[in-house]
Design a protein around this ligand. Sequence first.
Ligand code: ATP
Ligand code: MG
Length: 623
Amino acid sequence: MPPAERQHLLGTQDSPLRQVYTGDMGGFSELPVIRKDPADLSVTPNLADYAATRADFTWETAESWLDGLPDGGFNIAYEAVDRHVTAGRGDHVALRCLDKAGAVTDVTYAHLQTETNAFANALRSLGISPGQRVFSLVGRVPALYTAVLGTLKARSVFAPLFSAFGPEPVKQRVVIGGGVAIVTTTALYRKKIAPVRDEMPTLAHVILLDDGPADDIPGAIRFEELMAGQSREFPIEPTGREEMALLHFTSGTTGTPKAAVHVHGAVVAHYATGHFALDLHPDDIYWCTADPGWVTGTSYGIISPLTHGLTMIVDEGEFDARRWYRTLAEQRVTVWYTAPTAIRMLMRAGPDVAAEYDLSSVRFVASVGEPLNPEAVVWGREVLGLTIHDNWWQTETGGIMIANYASADVFPGSMGRPMPGIIAGILQRGEEGRAAAGPDGHVVELGPGEVGELALRVGWPSMFRGYLDADDRYRKCFVDGWYRTGDLAQRDENGYYWFVGRADDVIKTAGHLIGPFEVESVLMEHPAVAEAGVIGVPDPMMGERIKAFVSLKPGTTTDPAVLRKELTAHARRRLGPAVAPREIAFSENLPKTRSGKIMRRLLRARELGLPEGDLSTLEGGDK
Ligand code: ATP
Ligand code: MG
């Protein structure tokens, strides 16, 4: 770490999470606060003064930053593509696509405009109407972007799937969404769609991106052929803000995935959150590593960056530490949006690999999806020379709600502060462990330092408008004008939010309420630990006792019995005996969703011999 940076690492707090392990067992120092001075930043941040921006902001102002359709309303694809061409930036590269072998194809905004127009015409030529659902089951290839944005232009609804899903998860989702078309490849079709095709009666069209044999595929049509005959003009019809645009399935971390409905008006929030939370500027080279099957892959892997008119890296390859560092270095990426699981994989690969690459172009790094353990933030500073800015949101919120900003101090372990335009609160929980209204019909908001359910005041543009076919479930998400997120958190005296755990995952042990994240973060401070998942196991004395599942860094040779003792001692010292795990099991990999979230419910079900529940999103599961 350069000496100048060291001076920025100041500050002290009381909570155990706010200390950092210094390398010797038992050696701790106060967790560094990463102080920021906007004057030090190479690019003037979009949000320079949090309080002032928040005070001035209205969603009407954010709307005025977009163009709107010439005939009224908002269409996501118009804001993402056409308006840049109208503004004379058609020659700017929108997508820089890297294929698996590393070959580069550039797509300009002008080209993206005509391609998406042709795709919109193509859907109409197939008889697909506004409101009908088009699915995708494909990796990050250029045609995917044409399909997503062309579908939105045609006012049909886009529903992305992970290409790694097996037949069952594909079927479940296409059936829930009533999909009429799917964009895929012949190989993916044969493996994942053919076995369940008969069970998806609405699926009439299969749009194939390659030229493999397809004579036996009902409704097959080649993307190239479909596009060839189409006009490159497509006047977007007036699109209502409340028209359904996207159908996103949640990650399935806590149970069966839900189909969240999003509307075209959400684009106002996609733009504003990219502006404030990711600090996007039109000359940025931006890279979002999320899979297109996950909401992040659409909101921040397609829509938000393109509404800013920047150049986006589209990498078809899967995670590989060297490939990723090379991409950052060679493509001169300036803004990088990734996930804790990826950062922990880079940590596993070790500092020497990072040292081989020049990351000097990167000015802003953000992470989402799971709690970002403080150790990872400290690692980012020390090994990459970069501050990793955690931010928080959900499929249901459609966009970033709580964030660490380029210009603002970062407290490692905190997910930051609410976006301008977003009112967050910590609500008192009722008997079922969720925020509940009291006899007077109102909820109680808790103050700093108190743990409760994280909630958001309803009414931001990208708020989901329903769970498809699950109205009751949707209604239950709201109480007294608040959206209940299902996550527990606390706010500190500076207004920063700290994630405690999902309401379903918190552990009640000997009268304490414990978030798994706190225990996991402490275990990950140990040099041998790569990842940890912590659950509560029923216990006659304590209610629940804490059990940790730990995966080790490669090359760890310490005897497990010794390591277990070390980890127990470390956790007891850091967390106290009541909160330290009573049991530690080593496992090569922890069960995760395809978006990289540890599935604690599955660790628990397996531990207790209970039914495993919905496994459709399990990584490495049903292929
Ligand atoms: P399901 O709702 O099906 O159980 P999921 O909640 O994992 O799945 P997503 O919408 O992809 O589906 O994930 C949102 C959740 O991810 C949040 O509610 C939160 O629990 C977690 N999360 C996201 N970002 C963060 C973060 N920065 N820190 C902590 N947790 C986060
Ligand atoms: Mg959820």
